[in-house]
Design a protein around this ligand. Structure first.
Ligand SMILES: NC(=O)c1ccc[n+]([C@@H]2O[C@H](COP(=O)([O-])OP(=O)(O)OC[C@H]3O[C@@H](n4cnc5c(N)ncnc54)[C@H](O)[C@@H]3O)[C@@H](O)[C@H]2O)c1
Length: 371
């Protein structure tokens, strides 16, 4: 069986999630290739070595370029802050390697455009970490929409809010820098925009408002030294979809009480679907004529769920979604599947996010294909 060498850059929140997902994918699925955890890189060399040992990677590097140059690495997984996605992905593509990059794809539309073009020219497989779309309940929602169970789709109302920046004393981080990240819209909103496109389709025009609520934050935890903040803390937008549906999206990282509130309601002429990532094993549906919502619970009738558990109601979690994402990446690399968000689709998310920023700045409706 063909071997695929995995190289992972970054050992933070997502580095660990990717390492778990690669390990779990080998255990859960009968993959058409053998996965070898070839190399792990982090700017912190000592941590790279420690995590490589703990997570089962054969080699550790302090320099990410060395990982990309490593002939044992076929797939480069990028889990570093957003501004590093571009140089790392471009170097991996230039070396002819597949790229599995965390979201958002880049910190500017120009970078995202160069990345999708380079990947297309090189003919390498790419995937981006829009993991929430791999939930079997989202697959079910997409099927129900495609089968016409909701009738003609007329509305998408989505929100992705968390509260991890709600305390004004929460310190500055790379997520607070325009050049390194891009605020709540880039961090959380990009997932919601990708989900809206996945379920309802292209968006043609937007009107929006963004706001920085806390314009200064401590440089480090507990410090009186304050850094200015220019990225958005919250965003609200109106959408018009190509299929005629209308929508709203909002995102905030200041919203007390919410920890992973990626939620939406999709209404059609025959019914409504509702989902909340904080209850990711559930979908609520109301069909015309019903007096209220019916709760559908994930179970082994859904293949993505059955891979992990033969029993209904035992529930999948965040790391299982990441494992399903890795499975789709591997199937694409084996030439056996085309599911998942590639650089082309992730560029379209960046274009939509950019249109929202332009609309907010210029206080007008913006055509998405004009940005
Ligand atoms: N898909 C999701 O659900 C999800 C969730 C959280 C974060 N993310 C994305 O994952 C990425 C990382 O976020 P995170 O929360 O894991 O960040 P993090 O700060 O926890 O980890 C970043 C890692 O990158 C490493 N790093 C930084 N500079 C480096 C360099 N020059 N060379 C090698 N390693 C370097 C750091 O040492 C750290 O290990 C971001 O793009 C973020 O948007 C995605």
């Amino acid at each position: 069986m063909r071997e695929l060498g995995i190289g992972l850059i970054g050992t933070g929140f997502m580095g660990r999630a990717h390492a778990l997902a690669f390990n779990n994918a080998r255990a859960v699925f009968e993959l058409p290739v053998t996965l070898k955890l070839a190399a792990l890189a982090d700017a912190d060399t000592e941590r790279a070595q420690r995590c490589a040992t703990a997570w089962g990677f054969a080699q550790a590097h302090g320099d990410w370029q060395a990982l990309i140059n490593d002939p044992k690495v076929d797939v480069v997984a990028i889990t570093t802050p957003n501004h590093l996605h571009y140089p790392m992905a471009m170097a991996a593509i230039a070396a002819g390697k597949a790229v599995y990059c965390e979201k958002p794809l880049a910190v500017s539309l120009q970078q995202a455009d160069a990345m999708r073009r380079a990947a297309s020219d090189a003919g390498v497989v790419t995937r981006v970490g829009y993991n929430y779309q791999h939930n079997p309940m989202i697959t079910l929602a997409r099927q129900m929409i495609a089968n016409g169970e909701l009738g003609e789709i007329i509305s998408f109302q989505g929100e992705f809010s968390e509260d991890f920046m709600a305390d004004p004393a929460s310190p500055w981080s790379w997520r607070c820098e325009v050049e390194h990240a891009g605020g709540a819209l880039a961090d959380l909103g990009s997932h919601l925009l990708s989900m809206a496109r996945y379920l309802v389709g292209d968006v043609v025009s937007v009107c929006a408002d963004t706001q920085t609520v806390h314009a200064q934050r401590p440089a480090i935890k507990g410090s009186n030294d304050l850094k200015p903040i220019a990225v958005d803390d919250q965003v609200h937008a109106l959408l018009r979809f190509a299929n005629g549906a209308r929508g709203t999206v909002s995102s905030s990282w200041l919203k007390h009480g919410y920890k992973n509130h990626l939620s939406f309601e999709i209404s059609g002429t025959k019914g409504t679907l509702a989902f909340d990532q904080e209850r990711l094993n559930e979908l609520r549906v109301c069909r015309v004529g019903q007096d209220g919502f019916q709760r559908l619970l994930a179970g082994p009738a859904l293949p993505g769920y059955a891979a992990f558990s033969p029993a209904a109601g035992h529930q999948l979690g965040y790391n299982e979604l990441k494992t399903l994402e890795v499975q789709e990446l591997i199937m694409a690399l084996a030439g056996q599947g085309a599911d998942g968000t590639d650089f082309e689709a992730a560029w379209a998310v960046e274009r939509l996010a950019t249109a929202i920023r332009v609309a907010a700045k210029e206080e007008r409706w913006v055509q998405v294909d004009a940005v």
